[in-house]
Design a protein around this ligand. Structure first.
Ligand code: PMV
Length: 330
């Protein structure tokens, strides 16, 4: 009863920001992301008769406390679905540098869901797997698919119609993402806490939700047409709208640092100089920059030259879940 799965993280072009059900992790809006080749998690899950609790090893370090609890709560869902009471040994290796500001929870929960469901003998379709993954971490449900994926918020109260679908495979379009890592750190408001405060108190939240369907229609058309300018403009504007909602929250907050704004301005200057590049930012200060492969050298050099930037990591569009036969982790 053992399986190993690999999942890549993703970056949203249309953000998931706001829940309508905190426990089931049901969103107030559809979101759309690119799965990234460069950042992934590999996880082995082995269900065993002789275990008295779940164990979790991350990058060869035993994990206890809150992170362990999240894994156990998630495995409880898998056990319930399978009707089996066995505990599991979970081993994960993260190739998602936490400093790069990617939610490693996206690749982490996608890999955990895939490995655990296979190990326990569930034979889930991709939609079913995405729906299960969603309950570990919302954005993770998009990482089941490679290329471009849309998380459909669904309408049912039990969340049965809330999962991701593929919009286009990775072969559809070779666009690139640069993760710009900033050297200074800030106290983090988790995405969970940030969303909740925004939903409960920001008067801008209503406008955010209302604006999503038009953004989604336009960006899907842009992806289908491989129209980089269109996709970039919508992604950048959607990110700015999401971050604007946090300024209206009570108490107000922002994920940006001064260098975050400098990187945003530098990307706009790149465009002024004729290089198409657009930014997006998640629930943290680091910036992700979308660009086309032929401008890679110039984009990288420019971003690396910004004072306060400690690293720039480049990625192509990645694939969805894969199962590994050689179970070296377990
Ligand atoms: O799934 P979470 O709780 O990591 O939330 C992710 C929220 C954003 O990264 C800000 C947006 C998104 O759609 O990924």
């Amino acid at each position: 009863m053992k399986a190993t799965a690999k999942a890549h993280t993703n970056i949203a072009l249309i953000k998931y920001w706001g829940k309508r059900n905190d426990e089931l992790i049901l969103p107030t809006n559809n979101s759309l992301s690119i799965t990234l080749d460069g950042f992934y998690t590999t996880t082995s899950v082995a269900f065993k008769q002789d275990l008295t609790e779940d164990t979790f090893l991350l990058n060869n370090t035993p994990i206890v406390g809150e992170q362990h609890q999240r894994v156990t709560s998630f495995l409880n869902l898998v056990r319930k679905l399978a009707g089996k009471e066995l505990y599991a040994e979970v081993k994960s290796m993260n190739a998602v540098p936490t400093a790069a500001g990617f939610a490693s929870s996206a690749s982490g929960f996608a890999a955990l869901a895939a490995a655990a469901s296979k190990a326990i003998g569930l034979n889930l379709s991709e939609s079913e797997l995405s729906r299960l993954t969603r309950q570990g971490s919302g954005s993770a449900c998009r990482s089941i698919f490679g290329g471009f994926a849309e998380w459909q918020k669904g309408a049912r109260v039990d969340g049965s119609d809330s999962f991701a679908v593929q919009v286009a495979p990775k072969e559809h379009w070779d666009i690139r993402v640069a993760a710009v890592v900033l050297s200074s750190k800030m106290k983090k408001v988790s995405s969970r806490a940030g969303m909740k405060r925004t939903v409960e108190s920001s008067p801008f939240f209503k406008g955010w939700v209302e604006s999503i369907p038009a953004d989604l229609d336009a960006i899907k058309q842009g992806i289908s047409d491989r129209d980089f300018q269109k996709v970039g403009e919508i992604a950048e504007a959607n990110c700015l709208k999401m971050h604007a909602t946090t300024l209206g929250a009570n108490p107000p907050f922002t994920y940006w640092l001064d260098t975050t704004v400098t990187v945003m301005q530098t990307v706009q200057q790149l465009r002024d100089s004729g290089i198409p590049a657009y930014f997006t930012i998640d629930a943290g200060p680091n910036v992700k920059v979308l660009y086309l492969p032929q401008y890679e050298e110039e984009v990288k050099r420019t971003l690396q030259g910004i004072p306060g930037v400690s690293d720039v990591k480049l990625s192509k569009v990645g694939q969805g879940i894969t199962f590994l036969e050689d179970e070296t982790l377990a």
